[in-house]
Every structure is written in C-alpha cells, then in structure tokens.
Write a protein that binds this ligand. Structure first.
Ligand SMILES: CC(C)(COP(=O)(O)OP(=O)(O)OC[C@H]1O[C@@H](n2cnc3c(N)ncnc32)[C@H](O)[C@@H]1OP(=O)(O)O)[C@@H](O)C(=O)NCCC(=O)NCCS
Length: 336
C-alpha cells in the first residue's frame, strides 16, 4: 500500500528580529503584556521597506527541504503552497515559487486555509498521492504578515502576535506494508464564524473593490475576536485530536509529540491540560517566531527533527485551528 512519507524538511525566517520592546515605538504595549498573554518574546519580520514575498521565504525553506530529500526541483510532481499572505493578489504564490525553482510546467496549487494551511495541505498531498495524481509533492507554508498589520495601538491585540517565515516538506508516496507515513487526518470548517478572524479587503463584492475611504477605516487589516477564537481553539483542538486518534485506532499514549499550530502558547498549554498530556509532549517555539500561520507547523516540525525531539519510529500529531474557522489534525509516523 502506498504511504505518504516526509523525505525532507526545511525552514527559513528573515533575519530581522523584532522584540516585544521594539513594538513600543509604534504602539502602546509592553513585553510583559505580550509574554503573559501569548508567550511570544520576539518575531522575525522582513525589512521595513518590504520587497520580499511569501514565495521568497518559501523558496529558501524549499531549497533546504529539497536538499535533505535529495531531490532536484525537476523531481517535483506538484507544489502545494499554503499562505494567507500571497506575494500578489493573483496568481498564487505556488506559481511564483514554481518559476523561482526554475520549473516550466509543474502544477502548483495554493491553499488558503490560513493557520490550518499545513494540515489541509498535508491532507491534500496525501490524497493526491493515494489517487496516483502525483508522487512527489513539495508542500510549503509561508507568510509575510508584517507588511499588512495595523501596528498602531488600535491594532495591537492582533499585530503583536504575527511573524514572517516559511517551512517546507518534501512528501513522497512509498509502497510499504508498514504502518508509517500519514496514518489519518481529519479536517473541519465553520464558515458561520468567518467574521471572528478575517481580513476584509480588497473585496470583489465592493465597487470599487478598494477605495481611500475603506483604507481610512482600516478595513484592509486583519480583525479578530481573540477571546472567542481562544476559547473555541482549546475546545476544538482537543476534540479533533481525539477524532484523529480514533480514526487511526491509536491512543494518546501512542503519541510521542504533538506539534500544534503556534497561535498562542496559552492555547497550547490549555490544550495539554485539557487532554491530560504532559507539557513536554507538546512542541512550542512561538516564543521566538510569533504566529507564522501556515508556516508555523512546518517550521516547528523542522525544529523538532533538528533537536531530536522526534526521529525514527516517532508518532506525531499535527493540529491547528485558524480563520475560516478551519481546524484539523493529522497523525504521522516516521519509519524505523
Ligand atoms: C489575541 C489575544 C492574545 C488577546 O488577549 P485577550 O486577553 O483576549 O486581550 P483583549 O483583546 O481582550 O484585551 C484585553 C486588554 O488588553 C489590552 N490589549 C490588547 N492588546 C494589547 C497589547 N498588545 N498590549 C497591551 N495591551 C493590550 C486591551 O486593550 C484590553 O484592555 P482593557 O481591558 O483596558 O479594555 C488572545 O485573545 C488570543 O490569543 N486569542 C486567540 C488567537 C488565535 O488563536 N487566533 C487564531 C490563529 S491566528
């Protein structure tokens, strides 16, 4: 039977570090508030004058993943690119990355599932591999948030959270009878709560689809009902983890490491508490990166491998909730 196997991972963040205290030059905030509420100590942002897109960060992460997988770009059958912050409005960053990789006609697909981008992307990659549509897939999650945040005091409850960065994974279909690779996945969405976390503009239902007045009203910045999303996240992440374990016929004790989306350290602590799993079994790096949305899980996966928190034979649960609302989980087991 064909199994979807991770052959290589990579991550890249821009070198500019923005510490919590640095944010005080633009807004009324404090290191203490941000650490207490979110666990974040710093984030990486692209240079203030811009010029770097999600595809550029994704390219750096992809190059590392390709090298570790011992693939050349020509080996890729399909690119899946998860981002809510594409280089340009359209076409998608997957197409732009394809060109930057020097490829001519390799198909490219953008996934707009925000913080759940890697979970939807991994599930989509697995489905493409299982159906025989592709066998070697480059999955990238990359975001440039910093250019589209309201960094005045008005937007502080949203903008202090987000960081720029990229993670990538090379996925391959391998024939094996072993219980390895993607073992199970569960996806959900609830459009009823789309207003809880969204960026409204530019909007094609408006005419004109962008105006000076709209910009003056700051409708081009993300808005979030943080308290609501927090409460829902803790509940749904716990629920979807149970669902995916049941689907794979595994128990909590079978899991070596949970790699959750990095939205808020307090959400991940509450998840561990509710699930009654030891905090050491939940991987966190939001302290150094902030919330990098579709990039957060592949960055965390790459770091967890590098730090030997996981390796041969490890069973991992990836889980996320974000705008949409969308949420989901994937169980993955590394081969011995
Ligand atoms: C964003 C989040 C950290 C905000 O924390 P919160 O406790 O809900 O904070 P609130 O927005 O209710 O604000 C509480 C107070 O702090 C203030 N505040 C908000 N942001 C602040 C900041 N950056 N610095 C200082 N004070 C701030 C508010 O003005 C408010 O003050 P008041 O009580 O005097 O009115 C939290 O809600 C969260 O993480 N939510 C989930 C986010 C998430 O998972 N998103 C999905 C993936 S992106």
């Amino acid at each position: 039977m064909k199994k979807t196997i991770i052959k290589g991972t990579g991550r890249y963040v821009p070198p500019r570090i923005v510490k919590n205290d640095d944010l005080s030059q633009w807004m009324d905030t404090s290191d203490e508030w941000i650490r207490q509420r979110t666990g974040i100590e710093q984030r990486h942002w692209i240079p203030e004058n811009g010029g770097i897109g999600s595809s550029d960060l994704g390219l750096e992460a992809a190059r590392i993943a390709l090298k570790r997988a011992e693939w050349s770009p020509e080996d890729i059958d399909l690119i899946i690119f998860g981002t809510l912050s594409p280089d340009i409005y359209f076409p998608g960053s997957g197409c732009i990355l394809q060109h930057k990789l020097g490829l001519k006609t390799t198909p490219a697909l953008d996934i707009r599932q925000q913080c759940t981008g890697f979970i939807y992307g991994l599930t989509t990659a697995d489905a493409f591999i299982q159906s025989g549509h592709a066998n070697r897939i480059l999955l990238v999650g990359a975001e440039v948030h910093s250019t589209a945040l309201d960094i005045s005091t008005r937007g502080r409850h949203v903008s202090v959270i987000f960081g720029d960065g990229a993670g990538a994974a090379c996925l391959e279909g391998v024939e094996t009878e072993e219980s390895v690779g993607v073992l199970a996945s569960v996806l959900h969405a609830q459009g009823e709560l789309s207003n809880a976390l969204m960026m409204e503009l530019p909007s094609h239902k408006m005419s004109p689809f962008l105006s000076k007045e709209m910009l003056k009203e700051s409708r081009h910045y993300p808005v979030m009902d943080g308290r609501l999303v927090f409460k829902i996240a803790v509940k749904r992440l716990s629920h979807v983890t149970k669902e995916v374990l049941q689907k794979a016929n595994l128990s909590l004790d079978d899991v070596d490491l949970f790699i959750p989306h990095q939205a808020n350290l307090r959400i991940n602590e509450a998840f561990a508490n509710l699930m009654n799993v030891s905090p050491e079994k939940v991987f966190n790096n939001i302290q150094r990166y902030g919330n990098t949305t579709a990039a957060s899980i592949p960055i965390a996966l790459d770091e967890a491998l590098e730090k030997n928190r996981i390796g041969k034979g490890s069973t991992v649960v990836f889980l996320a909730l974000g705008a949409g609302l969308t949420w989901g989980a994937v169980i993955y087991r590394f081969a011995e």
